[in-house]
Design a protein around this ligand. Sequence first.
Ligand code: NAI
Length: 381
Amino acid sequence: MKIGIVRELVPEERRVAAVPETVAKMVKMGMDVIVESGAGLRSHIDDNDYIQMGAHIEATHQSALSKADIILKVHRPILDDTVGEHEIDYMKDNSILIGPLYPTRYPDMIEKLIAKKITAFSLDLLPRIARAQSMDILSSMSNLAGYKSVILAADYLGKIFPMMTTAAGTILPAKVIVIGAGVAGLQAIATARRLGGVVIAFDTRPIVAEQVKSLGADFVSLETTHDSQDTGGYAKEQSAEFYKNEQEIIRKYSKEADVIITTALIPGKRAPILITEQMVQEMKQGSVIVDLAIEQDGNCILSEPGKIVTKHEITIIGILNIPSTMPVNASQLYAKNLFAFLNYIAPQLNPEQLDMSDEIIKECLVTYHGEVVHPMVKQKG
Ligand code: NAI
């Protein structure tokens, strides 16, 4: 089978879906690997690096997509503005697509996949279970984003993080608040602690308290009136009253904070507003908010997607797609996740006979044999 790796069309995207190491593994599995010329350049990987591992280089985007039996992507397929054709139009009938597709948001994409009888796996739907950890693109990207959020905050803060005793006096450590102690939040806590910050974390899931404390941060528990966590381990949406109450609790701490990093998400919903304009106004001048929930409209009411803004003397960072700012490591981890998934499903691909009772396949498979098979996507359609 031929695996296709292409340059991502999204202009600011620097990641690529395969690195030389994973190309070598695919070749070892007996796959042919086709790479669009220049696909890895923005991750500092050139065509020769892929060739050395046994890949074939295709000159154009269209030719790489049209020759592949299996396409690995960083982004969902989109319209190629330069020629007015959709990436799916280039793809072979009955081919296989693997990547984060966010299928409930893009019904037009689903129609195109069905028309071409493409078997599409959406890795944003991967179950968060132990045996799927090596394939978990959300975790690996959140981890990097959590790290970078602290580096960004440190850069924009007019202060240093660690306590420092000098002949000229003592500098107190920066006070950092992390809201949401999932994968990104825990990495942000660890990074802020390594830089010497004093950290307080909030989460609606009390189960994370031990992890937060083991990283040397304090945990503020938020009492929920009903279950805080669903069966998949994700946070459940709470009532408007709960969020108002939560804002009041955070407000007591935010007045003193130098940095707030927000990561609170509810799957499939707008991120809850946890930082109001009044709270921003009350923060110390020069403090920094990094809103990692901005991909789902943000936890701070004043965040602007894709922008760094200053409001009420507070810097609010709403940069989108933070993993792409670290393309070397992001591509490396992402490519390994994709390879782990490919390796997992490979025995079922030739001849194509998917085990629909397998939790990993069942949760990720969106379209199959010209039909929508995922219940959530069916419901939306
Ligand atoms: P996420 O990105 O959906 O949410 C981030 C964090 O925000 C979560 O900890 C959530 O509880 C918290 N949050 C939501 N609403 C909040 C609010 N109002 N106030 C404060 N915090 C709020 O979560 P993520 O990081 O993707 O992890 C989801 C779950 O999956 C976690 O339980 C994690 O441990 C689990 N997981 C399991 C894996 C595995 O076993 N393979 C791999 C990765 C994650």
